[in-house]
Design a protein. Structure first.
Length: 753
C-alpha cells in the first residue's frame, strides 16, 4: 500500500477515544498557556482601541469607532463585558461625537472604568477561543491531507507556536483574520475535492468573516481565484468554478452585511445617494488605505530606521520570528509539494496550491506595504507553514518509521519547538529564533510589536519591588497608564503616551540625571518615532541592570563625584531639540539642564544672584521639604472689577531641614494662587499651574514664577486676600506647611472698591 492510499484511509477514518482525549489535551494546553500568561501582561499598544470599539458597537449598534478595523473580532472580544453591569461607556465625552477613537478608547479604558486590566483579561478570552479553533482547524485539515502523522504534527507545532500563543491573548484583529482566512481556504480546497453546497457555503461565510476581521482579509479573493485556476481538472470544470466563486462572494458579502446589522444607506461622501448594503464597509476600506498611504509609520530593521519601510522587512521577520523546526519542516513540505511523487508529480503542486499559493500571495502583498511594524501583519502565513510542515512528515512517514536516524531527527525537531516555547512562558510575544540570537538580542533585528508592545508593566512593577526602587524614569512604548499597574514614575519622551509636558521637555538625553531608568526596547531603537529616534542613544551600549520581561531595560545612572559640571536653563523648546554644543555641555563632563515653559517663569541656579524687586516680601514657608516659598511681590493693593493683579512668587528648591530636594524624585507639583474672601473657600479668582520641570532642579535653585489674576467684572466691593500654596495635580492633595496647621500662605490683602 503506498503513502497516498495509507493517508487517505487514515484521514477518512474517525478518531478513536484516546485520540479525542489527546486532541482535547492539545487544545487545552494551547488555551491554558494563553490564559495563564494573559493576567501577567499589561494592555498592549492597540488593545484599548479594539476593546473600546467592540464594546461601543455591541452597546449602541453604532460602528463609528470601527473606521480603521471592521467590527467582527472586536465585538467578539467585548462579549464577556456585556455580562457585567459595572462597565461604563462614556458616550457623553466629546470624543464620541467627534468619532475620535484614540481619545475615546483612552477615556473608556483608563478613566471611565475602575478595573481596566480586569476588563482586558476578560476580553482576551474570546480571542483565546479563536486561537484554539485555529489549532483545531489545522489538525483537521492536516489529518485530512496527510493522515494521522500529519494531524498530530500540526497539533504539536501549533500548540507550541509562540506567535500563535502571543496573538491569541491580545484583543486585536490579527488572530481572528488568521483563523477565518485559513478556514476559508480550507473549505475552498474541500469544495474543489468534494464540490458540495455545504463546502461552498462554508467557504463563502468564512471569507466574509475574514473580510470583517481585518481589511487585509480581502486577500482571500485573489487566493481563491488562484487556487481555483490552478487546481487540476478539465477546462469546463474550472469554468464551472467561476460561478461558484461568484456565489461564494455573494455569501461573503451577506456575512459582511450581517456583521454590520443589515445596514442600508448611501456610501458616505458619495455624490449619488444610492442605497447600498453595509455602505460603511467599502467607505472604511478606502479611508483606511488612504490613511496608510498618507501617514506611514517609522519602522526599524537591523539597526536602521525608515518612514517607508523595506520590501524585505517581512521576509526577515518571517525568518527570525518563526521557530526553526517549523521553518525547516515547512521547507521540506514545500519541496515535496512542488516535486510530487510518481504519477502525481505533474498535478501535485496544482492540486495542493491551497497550501502554498495563499501564503505566497499574502507575503508578496506585505512586501509592498507602507507599514512594516510587526510579524503579526503576516500571521495568516503561519498556519500554512505549519500545514506544509505536517505534509512533509506525512510524505516521509514510511521512511521515518523504518529509519532510526530519521526518527531521532524528527523527534529532536518537535522537542526543540516544544521546549523553546515552554522556556519562554509567559513572554511569547518576544520570541526570536536562534538566527536572531533569541529574545534577549531581538532588538538588534526588530522591535515594535515583534518584541515590545507595552506588555510588561506588571513585570516592571515586580522588578522595582525586587530592587527596592520607589520611582523610575520611564520611557514607555505603549498606551496603558503605568499608574494603573502600580508604577510610580517620572515620564520620559515616548511615542503617543508621553509626547509633551514639562518633564518630557526637560529630559536631557546627553547626560541624564542620576537615578533609575526603565527604557522600552522599542523606545531604545525608535525614540519618539516621528522625531528624534536617537533620543535614548545614551543607553544603547550600556548593559542593563535587569530586564522586565524582554521588553523593558532597567538602568541605573550614576556619576563619579569628581565629574565636571555645567548648568544651563532652557526656555520653551525641549532640551533634546538643542545640541549639546549649544547647551554648553563640557567635554567628558555632565550637563545639568533646567527647563521652563515660558519667560513668565525664570530659573536661577543655586549660588547665582537673584534680582529682588523693591516690593519683595519675605515668607520662608517650607512646603513639605519640597519647596520653600521664599517670598513674593504683589501689585497693586487695590484693584477694581476687570483689573489685573500681578503676583510674583519666589520659590527655593528644598528647605533647611531637607538634605535633598524632594521634587527630584517626587510626583508632579503645581502652585495655586487664589484671590478669596475672608473664608478661603470663597474664591473670587484663581491661578493653577507650574511652568517649570522638576527634572534638573537642585537644592538652592530659585524659581521666579509670575502670575496674573483678573478681578471679575461682577466682583462685590470689599476686602479680599491673596493665598498661595502647592498641590499634586494627580491627587489634588495640598502640601502642608512645616510647623503650621495651614496648607497655604496669605500673601496680603486686596481692596476691591
Amino acid at each position: 500500500m503506498n503513502v497516498t492510499e495509507t493517508t487517505e484511509r487514515e484521514s477518512q477514518s474517525g478518531l478513536r477515544r484516546w485520540e479525542w482525549l489527546l486532541l482535547f489535551a492539545g487544545l487545552l494546553l494551547f488555551a491554558g498557556q494563553a490564559a495563564l500568561s494573559s493576567p501577567q501582561k499589561s494592555a498592549a499598544f492597540d488593545e484599548e482601541y479594539h476593546l473600546a470599539a467592540g464594546y461601543a458597537y455591541l452597546r449602541t449598534g453604532d460602528f463609528r469607532m470601527s473606521l480603521s478595523h471592521p467590527p467582527l473580532v472586536n465585538a467578539l472580544s467585548a462579549l464577556p463585558l456585556l455580562a457585567r453591569d459595572d462597565v461604563a461607556l462614556p458616550l457623553d465625552h466629546p470624543s464620541w461625537a467627534n468619532s475620535d477613537y484614540f481619545i475615546f478608547s483612552d477615556v473608556f479604558m483608563w478613566q471611565a472604568n475602575e478595573n481596566p486590566h480586569e476588563l482586558l483579561v476578560l476580553a482576551r478570552l474570546p480571542v483565546i477561543a479563536l486561537g484554539a479553533a485555529l489549532v483545531l482547524a489545522l489538525f483537521l485539515w492536516a489529518r485530512r491531507l496527510g493522515g494521522a502523522a500529519a494531524g498530530w504534527t500540526a497539533l504539536l507545532l501549533a500548540t507550541c507556536d509562540p506567535n500563535l500563543l502571543a496573538n491569541s491573548r491580545l484583543v486585536t484583529t490579527d488572530l481572528g483574520l488568521t483563523l477565518f482566512f485559513f478556514v476559508a481556504v480550507w473549505r475552498l480546497w474541500r469544495w474543489l475535492e468534494q464540490p458540495t453546497r455545504v463546502n461552498l457555503a462554508l467557504a463563502g461565510a468564512a471569507a466574509g468573516m475574514a473580510m470583517t476581521s481585518k481589511f487585509t482579509g480581502l486577500m482571500v479573493w485573489p487566493a481563491f481565484l488562484g487556487v481555483l485556476l490552478l487546481h487540476p481538472g478539465s477546462t469546463a470544470r474550472r469554468w464551472r468554478g467561476l460561478p461558484a466563486l461568484v456565489g461564494m462572494g455573494l455569501l461573503a458579502y451577506l456575512t459582511v452585511w450581517a456583521v454590520f446589522r443589515f445596514d442600508v444607506g448611501p456610501l458616505p461622501g458619495a455624490a449619488l445617494a444610492l442605497p447600498l448594503p453595509a455602505p460603511f464597509y467599502p467607505y472604511s476600506v478606502l479611508d483606511t488605505f488612504m490613511v496608510i498611504e498618507e501617514q506611514p509609520k517609522t519602522a526599524y530593521l537591523l539597526g536602521q530606521t525608515s518612514p517607508r519601510g523595506w520590501w524585505y522587512y517581512f521576509p526577515v521577520a518571517l525568518a527570525v520570528k518563526t521557530p526553526l523546526p517549523a521553518l525547516l519542516l515547512a521547507g521540506v513540505g514545500l519541496l515535496a509539494v512542488l516535486r510530487g511523487a510518481g504519477g502525481e508529480r505533474r498535478a501535485s503542486w496544482r492540486r495542493l496550491a491551497a497550501l502554498w499559493l495563499p501564503p505566497a500571495l499574502f507575503l508578496a502583498l506585505s512586501m509592498t506595504a507602507r507599514i512594516t511594524i510587526g510579524y503579526r501583519h503576516i500571521l495568516p502565513v503561519l498556519p500554512f507553514l505549519i500545514l506544509l510542515a505536517a505534509y512533509a512528515v506525512a510524505r516521509g512517514w514510511d521512511q521515518v518509521r523504518q529509519s532510526t536516524p530519521l526518527r531521532v531527527v524528527l523527534l529532536a525537531l518537535l522537542l526543540w519547538q516544544a521546549v523553546g516555547v515552554a522556556r519562554l512562558f509567559p513572554h511569547h510575544e518576544a520570541y526570536f529564533n536562534e538566527i536572531a540570537g533569541g529574545p534577549q538580542n531581538g532588538d538588534r533585528v526588530l522591535v515594535d510589536s515583534n518584541l515590545d508592545w507595552g506588555q510588561d508593566l506588571p513585570a516592571l512593577r515586580a522588578l522595582m519591588e525586587r530592587h527596592g526602587i520607589e520611582t523610575v524614569n520611564l520611557a514607555y512604548f505603549g498606551t496603558a497608564l503605568p499608574e494603573a499597574y502600580g508604577i510610580s514614575y517620572r515620564p520620559l519622551p515616548g511615542f503617543l503616551r508621553f509626547l509633551a509636558g514639562p518633564e518630557v521637555n526637560a529630559y536631557n538625553p546627553y547626560t541624564p540625571d542620576p537615578g533609575w531608568y526603565a527604557i522600552s526596547r522599542s523606545s531604545l531603537r525608535l525614540g519618539m518615532m516621528y522625531q528624534n529616534v536617537d533620543i535614548y542613544a545614551y543607553f544603547r551600549d550600556k548593559e542593563p541592570v535587569a530586564r522586565a520581561g524582554y521588553s523593558i531595560n532597567l538602568y541605573e545612572v550614576t556619576y563619579p563625584p569628581q565629574t565636571p559640571l555645567a548648568r544651563t536653563v532652557v526656555t520653551g523648546e525641549a532640551v533634546a531639540d538643542v545640541s549639546p554644543q549649544e547647551l554648553g555641555a563640557p567635554p567628558g563632563g555632565r550637563l545639568i539642564a533646567k527647563w521652563a515653559a515660558s519667560p513668565e517663569t525664570t530659573i536661577v541656579p543655586a549660588g547665582r544672584d537673584v534680582a529682588l524687586p523693591a516690593g519683595f516680601q519675605r515668607v520662608d514657608a517650607d512646603f513639605g521639604g519640597a519647596f520653600t516659598l521664599w517670598g513674593y511681590d504683589a501689585q497693586p493693593a487695590q484693584a477694581g472689577p476687570g483689573a489685573p493683579l500681578h503676583v510674583t512668587l519666589f520659590w527655593r528648591v528644598g528647605s533647611a531641614e531637607a538634605p535633598t530636594p524632594a521634587p527630584a524624585t517626587g510626583p508632579p507639583l503645581a502652585a495655586f494662587v487664589h484671590l478669596s474672601a475672608e473664608d478661603p473657600g470663597q474664591i473670587l479668582a484663581q491661578y493653577d499651574g507650574w511652568e517649570t520641570a522638576l527634572r534638573g532642579l537642585e537644592r538652592g535653585d530659585v524659581i521666579v514664577q509670575r502670575v496674573t489674576l483678573t478681578v471679575p467684572q461682577d466682583a462685590a466691593a470689599g476686602a479680599y486676600y491673596l493665598r498661595a500654596g502647592l498641590y499634586s495635580p494627580q491627587s489634588g492633595q495640598r502640601l502642608p506647611i512645616s510647623g503650621a496647621a495651614q496648607d497655604f500662605v496669605t500673601l496680603g490683602g486686596v481692596e476691591v472698591p
